[in-house]
Write a protein that binds this ligand. Structure first.
Ligand SMILES: [Zn+2]
Ligand SMILES: [Zn+2]
Length: 369
């Protein structure tokens, strides 16, 4: 069957013939892949910054943002049947008994580093025709979300972030843990850095949680992403025309910042103007560039004096996937056009190498199978 693979030794990215997988345990499910999203991580893998084939293989099948349709199930599969749509989790647990994170199903917090990530680290991914995996690594997707289901995985980045933020902010004695999800951001301001797919999906999450939400990104207005932000109910501000100091003056206290672009200079600039008790979440991975100068003493002083928390967040657990699927339903009701327009291009698998190696514009490009 067809697959897109990278060959780290020869630095090739190409369409290959890959052996079709078979169900080998009673609890496995076989999926026909429908769509696979392409993101910055894939670009880093196809430019050989990272990405590791499984042991014994000279290549890695890439793709981790999946949407598939079930074609076959093992005899002990209970909750999934042929015809169902499903999205797969990306990270699988490490084998170590002492890794409490993995043993509890929270491999996104694995502390041994010996986890695998499908399409990224030591396990083949989804940019291929069929995939077999254990039922417990799949999340069911309602049929009515077929057209946007491939956005689940990028959405989990923001879902994990907000779940963490909510837990951490329980430190504030006046926060009522029983507040409904839609009211948690009421009266608070969120600042999203970057207007790529994760930034825009994050904007939806924060607006839907009641935050007054701003997006601070490069392109000057007017631009199509700024229009999307406004349609979601956020406010777009360009960092080309508004300095961080002007931003702080315009917005007032920032309670939550979500960095989804991997832009390190802007991140540290915005960190300077966070409000009291604020949280800054790093979710983007920057390219390694020349070091920048930061006034560390000032930054530390302000973090101490204002009780701020800085958090890194990677990957997602099952609850985050479930939250993402639930929220896609909410977003589809609330912003049907905007949600659809996040997917800006569909490419057949034969064209995937050009897509991965080129500089296709748009927001989220998707490989169809
Ligand atoms: Zn991705
Ligand atoms: Zn682990």
């Amino acid at each position: 069957m067809k697959a897109i693979a990278i060959f780290p030794k020869t630095h090739e990215v190409k369409l290959i013939d890959h052996e079709e997988p078979k169900i080998t345990t009673p609890t496995q499910v076989k999926l026909r892949m429908l769509e696979v999203g392409v993101c910055g991580t894939d670009k880093k893998i196809t430019s050989f910054q990272f990405g590791t084939p499984p042991a014994g293989s000279e290549y890695l099948v890439i793709g981790h943002e999946s949407l598939g349709e079930v074609v076959e199930v093992g005899p002990e599969v209970r909750d999934i049947k042929p015809g169902d749509l499903a999205v797969m989790v990306v990270r699988h647990p490490c084998p170590h008994e002492y890794c409490r994170a993995c043993r509890m199903g929270h491999q996104d917090f694995c502390f041994t580093g010996d986890f695998t990530e499908l399409g990224i680290k030591e396990a083949h991914g989804f940019m291929t025709e069929f995939v077999v995996a254990e039922e417990r690594h799949m999340n069911l997707m309602p049929r009515e979300l077929r057209d946007v289901g491939v956005l689940t995985e990028p959405l989990t980045v923001a879902e994990k972030a907000i779940a963490q933020v909510w837990q951490i902010q329980q430190r504030l004695p006046w926060i009522d843990p029983n507040t409904s999800a839609q009211m948690r951001g009421k009266g608070l301001k969120a600042m999203v850095l970057g207007a790529g797919p994760v930034g825009l999906l994050g904007t939806m999450v924060f607006v839907a949680s009641g935050f007054e939400t701003y997006v601070y990104s490069r392109s000057k207005v007017p631009n199509p992403k700024a229009d999307l932000v406004e349609e979601i109910g956020g406010k777009y501000i360009s960092n080309e025309t508004t300095s961080v100091e002007q931003l702080a003056e315009q917005v007032g206290n920032i309670d939550l910042a979500f960095e989804a672009a991997g832009a390190s200079q802007i991140a540290f600039d915005v960190m300077r103007v966070l409000g009291p008790n604020a949280i800054f979440v790093f979710a983007g991975v920057p390219d390694h560039t020349v070091p920048i100068k930061v006034d560390t003493a000032l930054l530390i002083r302000d973090h101490v004096m204002k009780n701020r928390a800085v958090l890194g967040s990677v990957n997602a657990d099952r609850a985050d996937f479930e939250a993402a699927i639930r929220d896609l339903g909410v977003f589809k009701q609330r912003w049907p056009q905007v949600l659809r327009s996040l997917i800006t291009g569909y490419y057949p698998i034969e064209q995937a190498p050009q897509l991965l190696l080129g500089s296709a514009g748009g927001i989220k490009n998707v490989v169809t199978l």
